[in-house]
Write a protein of this length. Sequence first.
Length: 310
Amino acid sequence: MGPSATDLELSQQQARALLGAWLGQEVRSVELRRMHGGMVNSVLHLTFDRAPGRAVVKLHTPGYSFEQEARNLRLLRHEGLPCPRVYAVGDGSQVIPYAYLLLEALPGLNLWEVQARLTPPDRLRIERELADALIRLHSHTRETFGAVGAPLGSSRWVDVFLPQLREVRAKPEVATRLSRQVLRWVDQAIERAPDLLSNQGVPRLIHGDVWAANVLVVEQADGWHLSGLVDPSAQYADVELELAYLKVFDTVGEAFFRRYTEAFPLREGYEARWLVYWLHTYLVHVWYFEDPHYRQMTARVAQALCGVAT
């Protein structure tokens, strides 16, 4: 992630220019609606008078690159995950003065928006459908860990993940927002991480950012169903990184794990490894947000890691 740009606006003229450049024909009428949930980019829903009639555009400042996200979406969709089609990508040097990613608008709402409306059968159905979708995705493997599209990777997962963990620890906001004692626990936990992560799985393709705001659901005659997944941060990783992230914000519950572990049983000692992934997640949120909850959870997880036996 990089600096956020969640307050960008798109004028009617700019929206028509963007859609016209993609469609190859003039668009006369566009309705713009800001979408909720974006924490890095501005996200707008566009309704217009040409087929397909709807699209979603993500905006950032000029020079920002959406190319990796577009590559991720294309791959995940090719491998069977229900993700939006990529319509167009720009860097802000033409069409409109923003970097942009123009996408298919999937039906429905995000899970965060509708949680209070879901019945127990709805939740069970969605969790099972999400488990099936991720089982299909995680079935795709390669020989090395690392980014999608990167020609080389590493045979050791810790060589990919540990630099990411150390990078976020080095952010100035982390150093100023956490107490000295918590930072000592964090540093000790990071030193223990290589031993804890040595029991690695095979490199599997993961979405990388599955939480309620990135899970789309749609209401049908028999209730709510999974519609799709958006905003991937895909990579070939130890699959426990995905599972730990699903659990850290309680995106899924027992129904998901019962279904998922029928295909991929949890490996012994996963609880300790999940703590390492949670530490990374909470440090990222300390970096981005001043919410004391994330500072408290960072302290709790780091302290727990310092006491975990390897």
